[in-house]
Design a protein around this ligand. Structure first.
Ligand code: SF4
Ligand code: SF4
Length: 354
């Protein structure tokens, strides 16, 4: 069932919803962009429908709503340890685009299905999420969600299309249908982007032998001078999940403190340094190799199905201060892989002809 809701009526509904939910959506933060005199679009709690920035791709993904940048896991004293809690009894409504909803599915696999135990700190916020899908019919220059198969989803409680003076709403879950029963009914089925300007060809990696050859490609070395190892690409990504844990002691003479986990990045120089000082990925090129393969090979190898970790949102391309294109790098890798396969076939044919 679809509804047309005027902006005025939607604000009344948002006020009603706020009694039971905290509502997060992409918001504008003036003059906070990483380039001078630009605004930042990132997720924050909204008060009214006019707070929602729906016509620009957000600079950051929604993951910070349910996987916070810094999260206290536990508190400790000399003799005791107690787990942190989320305190808030309200559930969360999250306005998100299809690629970002698919990214949440990737994080669910990583935090909830990657071993015998679920990550409780992730789960307790994730369980609160109710998703309102922002319809996305065109995308932007750097999007390649269609190539990644993440342009569509039916994993939402409600879907919205923003029009000039109101919204079209599909309330899929009864939980939210009751908020719109007094609105004008209007046929509305959300549409999805069918073609992006940017297209990505995924590498077909089907043997350990091929993987070893990919490991040694010269392609990776080209990033040693170019990539700054700043980690900006990881922070904007909706599927990057790595964190560091840090114990904070409240003052110098105290044994009381708390343990926090804080977002980290596989592109940072010290990220892969182990106890004893050995660093398994010393150069920016090695770190780029790890990131690319994680996004378009390792995750899929671990979790199966047809999906890759990267959902093609293109945010890392927008964010990189060195204009390193993640999508172009995948295409370069695919070309290199095809070259290796061709060379192998030529060698085999020559051997057969001898
Ligand atoms: S395009 Fe970049 S930021 Fe977006 S999901 Fe893929 S790796 Fe992450
Ligand atoms: S690829 Fe770009 S954003 Fe990512 S670490 Fe390197 S310089 Fe920073």
């Amino acid at each position: 069932m679809g509804y047309y809701v005027s902006l005025e009526r939607m604000n009344k509904t948002i006020n009603e919803l706020k009694k039971e939910y905290k509502i997060y959506a992409p918001k504008r933060f003036e003059k906070r962009g990483w380039k001078p005199n630009t605004d930042l679009i990132r997720y924050g709690e909204i008060k009214s429908v006019s707070d929602i920035v729906y016509d620009i791709k957000s600079d950051f993904s929604p993951k910070e709503v349910f996987y916070p940048i810094s999260q206290t896991l536990l508190y400790f004293t000399e003799n005791n340890c107690s787990e942190s809690s989320t305190y808030d009894s309200k559930d969360i409504i999250l306005f998100a685009r299809p690629c970002d909803i698919n990214a949440i599915k990737r994080l669910d696999n990583i935090f909830l299905k990657n071993g015998n135990e679920e990550d409780n700190y992730y789960k307790r916020l994730r369980d609160k999420l109710k998703i309102f899908m922002i319809e996305c019919r065109e995308g932007w220059d750097n999007c390649f969600c269609v190539s990644m198969g993440s342009n569509q989803t039916d994993n939402y409680s409600a879907a919205v299309r923003f029009e000039d003076n109101g919204l079209l709403i599909e309330a899929k879950d009864d939980e939210f249908g009751k908020y719109f029963t007094k609105e004008t009914t209007r046929e509305f089925t959300p549409e999805f982007v069918q073609e992006n300007q940017k297209k990505v060809k995924l590498p077909k990696i089907n043997s350990m032998d091929l993987l070893k050859k990919i490991h040694d490609l010269e392609l990776w070395e080209s990033f040693n001078d170019k990539c700054l190892s700043c980690g900006g690409c990881n922070t904007v990504c909706g599927t990057c999940s790595c964190f560091d844990t840090t114990d904070i002691i409240y003052n110098e003479t105290s044994r009381d403190g708390e343990r926090r986990r804080v977002w980290s990045s596989c592109m940072l120089e010290g990220y892969s340094t182990m106890a004893g000082g050995h660093n398994v990925r010393k150069t920016a090129g090695q770190r780029m190799r790890f990131k690319i393969l994680h996004k378009v090979y390792d995750y899929n190898n671990r979790f199966g199905e047809s999906e890759h970790m990267c959902v093609g949102c293109g945010r890392c391309v927008n964010r990189c201060p060195q204009e390193i294109s993640f999508s172009d790098t995948i295409n370069c890798l695919s070309e290199e892989v095809e070259k290796i396969i061709r060379e192998k076939e030529t060698t085999r044919e020559e051997a057969n002809n001898e």
